[in-house]
Each structure stands twice: as C-alpha cells, then as structure tokens.
Design a protein around this ligand. Sequence first.
Ligand code: ZN
Length: 92
Amino acid sequence: MFSNTFKKTAVMERDRCSFCKGKLSNGKTEFIAKVGDVVISIKSVPAYVCENCGEAYFTPEISRKIDEIMEDFHEARLLAHPLAAGEVELKI
Ligand SMILES: [Zn+2]
C-alpha cells in the first residue's frame, strides 16, 4: 500500500508513463540523435513504449548499447569513415 511513495529510479521497473501515466508495453522504437551536423538513427531499439503518447523508455542495458553505438559513430566521423546513411542496427 505504501509502495507508491517510493521513487522508482530504474527505467525497466516503471509500468506507467511519467508524462501521461499511460500504460507501457514491450515494443520497439527508433532512436534518433544528432551528432554534429549529422542525424543518426538506430532502428528497432527494444523499448517500453507508452500506449497513450508513444514515449519510449529504455532499460539501462539498452541505453548503454546506444551510448556505445554513439561513441563508435563519433569515432567513425572523426576518422572520416561515415557509416552509410547514418543508420545503424542495434546488435544484441
Ligand atoms: Zn505517455
């Protein structure tokens, strides 16, 4: 009964959207970020997606993988070997 008073910090423990309180369900989303002047998109990222507003939540493991991809992409840019079309697949 008092469990709602504890703040949940781990993303994967949430079952409600923090914006609209909508229900979260297992799904996939597209992660889009800007690196310098290039937009990078990562397709089919596993996420908890709000059924109401579409906001996506990542588990700590997934957000770490996204960080790794972003770092790789950044290094590739510095080495002037840009990845094709800025689209990457998430390898799990
Ligand atoms: Zn929502």
